[in-house]
Design a protein around this ligand. Structure first.
Ligand SMILES: N[C@@H](CCC(=O)N[C@@H](CS)C(=O)NCC(=O)O)C(=O)O
Length: 234
């Protein structure tokens, strides 16, 4: 079977993994998960007991959670090195370094902002503190990433790789939460712009928006979440 990537809407980080699937160019399917409704249902816990996206159903029908594990699965199957580099190379080490930074501190800095955003009947003081902590963390992590981004067109050179995929799924959260002007970090802003203009990211964004874009040809269609849970859930 083809692997199935479960991606979360609205604005899930998993959008970047859809782009990675496109760059990889091997057949895959998608499963759309509304994080505000479907993911809150008890049935979703059969797929991910931590109630999160992304999730990959592998070609062996195994459920694989966690962005870094899914990225590693893709890297292992990237025999043509379209989104990764030779094992044990300096580029691979650097790619893993950037992926780890983006998936941990950089992504995690937004958590208080999402918590404030999701609060029902919020206590204004609690909400304000969450926003202050979130804004400070996001600014700090952007300062650090700005120092790490080189002068290449993409994070690791002339072509996008898994690090660009993980970055682009999260980079838009800066604007969503209106933390600061993106131009405050010119290298990050230029990188985001370049990655966003790739056909794979346009495709992934259109998929998120519920459109039916023409992609690379690797995408074989959606599978309903109910079917995924029935077939692959615990
Ligand atoms: N450690 C997980 C975190 C994934 C994650 O934070 N997913 C978000 C969407 S981008 C989510 O599912 N959030 C659900 C929620 O917090 O309600 C990973 O790296 O895959």
């Amino acid at each position: 079977m083809e692997p199935i990537l479960l991606y979360g809407v609205p604005a899930g980080s998993s959008m970047g993994l859809i782009a990675a699937m496109e760059w990889l160019g091997k057949p895959y399917r998608l499963c759309r998960v509304d994080m505000l409704s479907e993911m809150q249902e008890p049935a979703y816990l059969r797929i991910n007991p931590r109630r999160e996206t992304p999730v990959l159903i592998t070609d062996q029908g195994q459920v694989l959670t966690e962005t870094m594990a899914i990225a590693n699965w893709l890297q292992d199957r990237d025999t043509e090195r379209r989104i990764s580099f030779a094992p044990r190379s300096a580029e691979t080490d650097r790619m893993h370094q950037l992926m780890a930074f983006i998936n941990t501190g950089f992504t995690g800095a937004f958590v208080p902002l999402w918590q404030a955003w999701e609060m029902e009947n919020p206590d204004p003081q609690v909400k304000m503190i969450l926003q202050q902590v979130g804004n400070a963390g996001v600014i700090n992590r952007h300062d650090k990433l700005e120092q790490m981004v080189g002068d290449n067109p993409f994070l690791l050179g002339a072509h996008p790789c898994l690090a660009d995929a993980i970055f682009i799924g999260v980079a838009r959260w800066l604007a969503i939460h209106q933390v600061a002007e993106p131009t405050r970090w010119p290298k990050i802003a230029a990188m985001r712009e370049r990655i966003s203009r790739t056909p794979a990211v346009s495709f992934a964004t259109a998929i998120e928006n519920g459109e039916t874009p023409a992609g690379s040809g690797a995408f074989l269609g959606h599978v309903a979440l109910r079917e995924v849970i029935e077939r692959f859930g615990a």
